[in-house]
Design a protein around this ligand. Sequence first.
Ligand SMILES: *[C@@H]1O[C@H](CO)[C@@H](O)[C@H](O)[C@H]1NC(C)=O
Length: 178
Amino acid sequence: MVIVMDLEAPKSKFQSLSIFLLLFLLPTTLADGVTPGEAKQLRDEVREMFYHAFNGYMENAFPLDELRPLSCGGEDSLGGYALTLIDSLDTLALLGDWERFAASVEWIGKNLRFDINKTVSLFETSIRVLGGLLSAHLIASDYATGMKIPAYDNQLLHLAEDLARRLLPAFDTPTGIP
Ligand SMILES: *[C@@H]1O[C@H](CO)[C@@H](O)[C@H](O)[C@H]1NC(C)=O
């Protein structure tokens, strides 16, 4: 963010406003000004925190939905469909981790099925599972993402469609609102 102030101009209420805005927005200006070295260090910290959580889940809870942080066990808390793995797909892609992204997409395509008798949260299932499958499908299908999986054959798209059809009855209400 760049704020241009004309300090030669006569004092006016607009100038006071400009100084106020400058002070108010200063933290944003400084945050934009991290050096490339600092940015790299922050990036590495975020990467480390993600892998701490992701590896903890994979080693102790997968293929259950979530890791229980105190007992370090797994739990099928939201339906029993490896929720955290689906939730993590786009982050793996953002981090440029093609190997784990491709292996996760392959596992999901081979193992995930929604013809199960479970009570689920419509909201969580829509945003995390349906949304996760669709975004990973787009990432895995497109060379421009740098994450395209050559052997990928729309498995996640088919899973997403199957799941969406199973969720549809929830919208069959007088108002259309679940
Ligand atoms: C699904 O599970 C519930 C609760 O466990 C049970 O009452 C119901 O009969 C099951 N439905 C089918 C179609 O198996």
